[in-house]
Design a protein around this ligand. Structure first.
Ligand code: ACO
Length: 401
């Protein structure tokens, strides 16, 4: 490891670790991850078991409060969220001001931040009780904003689901109900989305979560911390990869389906092209979420009777990568985003909405990490640097430069 050190004014040493590859920022009891063995657990529960047996809302509760809820606790949690599942009418006007083609992640980040103006009491939350109020508010309002962002893009009226459905089903209703109000639950779609949201719900100190924690560490408030997390998630090296994967697979298909040509591009150091959906900072064996999602993609497409050529292209790329020394030596395997887009597409979700779906799934993780950080009374996040600029210089007025 190339680590330079510098004495710090607080008495320690400053370590230089670009990208924080070997730096722990906090202690956390939320998510356990073993990158060598491909293990992921939320609060001690294996991701495989949660994806198979749990519902998204109980996973939200588990991540945020540390235990699986009893039926009574879960019902209360859901009722509290439902009571907050409305958004001020003026937010519609803000949304209206965005161009129709604006990327949904930018819109969502802005609207989430704008929510503060309509919910000022959500900012100064020191007690657990006030934190809880802010938490159920954002869990109630964020799916509305996500669905509205989609509906605005599609030119559909902005309205609500209702209060008789489950959390995820209600979201699907807000997304897909017809202008007439008609909506019928499709169990296959519901189960598939629930599973995807669970798989995305937390992943310890990734880029967006670290952003949420560091913004929250200034006591800026939950909603803006989440808004910053959404911005961080947007990038193609992070959550934006799910959109980039489908665009890449489409490009390969349009180009005639020659996967070897694109593999060669990914290996060419003079070409900025990367195999999107491949590689991970922590997983150096396999991403357990990718395994579950690959199987789910097969099941969903079969159950919905969809034949998607790009699933075959994705599988061919994976097979080639597993046998290719470049990918093997660098331990590059499919990550959570490699197959997720294929499922979103089968569920009727347009490609620009893939990363917002990730955000919806990651919301409980961001909340849990923010809450843990506040309850632990962590100090404000403030990394140091190694200065490599000019030494002291004499100032010259503009005429003398
Ligand atoms: N395609 C081709 N080469 C790659 C890829 C890829 N997808 N990913 C990494 N490499 C190569 C790098 O060029 C580098 O090669 P070198 O050692 O010869 O210089 C080596 O593998 C190590 O890569 P780094 O970029 O140093 O690894 P890092 O841990 O910093 O980055 C990341 C991880 C960002 C995920 C990277 O693998 C990547 O860009 N993948 C594609 C984007 C993607 O799928 N992101 C989603 C990640 S999961 C998530 O955030 C939800």
């Amino acid at each position: 490891i190339d680590v330079k050190t510098l004495r710090s004014s607080t008495g320690g040493v400053v370590t230089l670790d670009p990208g924080y590859k070997n730096t722990g920022a906090c202690e956390s009891a939320i998510t356990f991850l073993d990158g060598e063995k491909g293990v992921l657990r939320y609060r001690g529960y294996a991701i495989e078991e949660l994806a198979e047996k749990a519902h998204f809302l109980e996973v939200c509760y588990l991540l945020i409060f540390g235990e699986l809820p009893t039926e009574v606790q879960l019902n209360k949690f859901h009722e509290d969220i439902k009571a907050q599942s409305h958004v001020d009418e003026d937010v519609k006007r803000i949304l209206d001001g965005f161009p129709k083609a604006a990327h949904p992640m930018g819109v969502l980040s802005s609207l989430t931040s704008a929510l503060v103006a309509f919910n000022p009491s959500s900012v100064n939350v020191d007690s657990e009780e006030d934190m809880y109020k802010a938490i159920v508010k954002i869990l109630g309002k964020f799916p509305v904003l996500t669905a509205w962002t989609y509906r605005k893009r599609m030119g559909l009226p902005l309205d609500y689901g209702g209060d008789t459905l489950g959390y995820v089903d209600n979201f699907l209703k807000m997304m897909f109900k017809k202008p007439s109000g008609d909506y019928t639950t499709n169990e296959i779609v519901l189960k598939a989305l629930d599973k995807l949201l669970i798989l995305h719900a937390d992943h310890e100190q990734n880029c967006s979560t670290s952003t949420v924690r560091i913004v929250g560490s200034s006591h800026a408030g939950l909603f803006v911390s989440i808004s910053a997390g959404i911005a961080a998630l947007w990038g193609p090296l992070h959550g934006g990869a799910n959109q980039a994967v489908i665009e890449m697979l489409e490009e390969i298909k349009a180009d005639g389906g020659d996967t070897k040509k694109f593999m060669a591009k990914a290996k060419d150091k003079n070409d900025p092209f990367r195999l999107m959906g491949f590689g991970h900072r922590v997983y150096k064996n396999f991403d357990p979420r990718a395994k579950i999602i690959k199987k789910a993609a097969d099941d969903v497409l079969e159950n919905l009777g969809i034949q998607d050529d790009i699933l075959d292209i994705a599988k061919a790329l994976e097979k080639e990568a597993l046998e290719d020394p470049y990918f093997v030596e660098r331990k590059l395997y499919p990550n959570v985003d490699f197959y997720s887009g294929i499922i979103y597409r089968a569920l009727g979700i347009p490609v620009e909405m893939f990363t917002p779906m990730f955000a919806l799934g990651r919301l409980p993780g961001w909340i849990a990490q923010w809450r843990e950080m506040r309850l632990n009374k962590e100090p404000i996040g403030r990394p140091r640097q190694i200065y490599i600029g000019e030494k002291l210089r004499e100032f010259k007025t503009v005429e003398k430069r």
